[in-house]
Design a protein around this ligand. Structure first.
Ligand SMILES: [Zn+2]
Length: 96
């Protein structure tokens, strides 16, 4: 209950959180253009939103994790700290 009724790239049930009346997560409802987010890039807050959208899709999570690791090593302390908070927040959502 509460999970998107669509499927990920591997054909497994998407575990994104439902956000629309059709029972779909942001990525599958079309409310979010993931590629547009990727193109904008560079802003850690966008990665934070992306982390929330990818849910339990392992492939997307792996990519998001790579980006976060890059941001954690940022020379800008604000970006590094925000990336760290995102990582910690992602762990919390997994437990929920
Ligand atoms: Zn979905």
């Amino acid at each position: 209950m509460g999970n998107c009724r669509s499927y990920n790239k591997r054909g497994e049930p998407c575990q994104g959180r439902i956000v629309d009346m059709h029972g779909l997560c942001p990525a599958h409802s079309g409310a979010v253009d993931m590629r547009a987010i990727g193109r904008k890039g560079g802003k850690v807050t966008q990665y934070g939103r992306l982390a929330a959208f990818v849910g339990a899709d392992d492939e997307l999570r792996a990519k998001a994790r790579e980006r976060l690791i890059e941001l954690l090593d940022s020379s800008d302390p604000k970006i590094a700290v925000e990336a760290a908070l995102i990582v910690l927040g992602a762990d919390e959502s997994e437990a929920a």
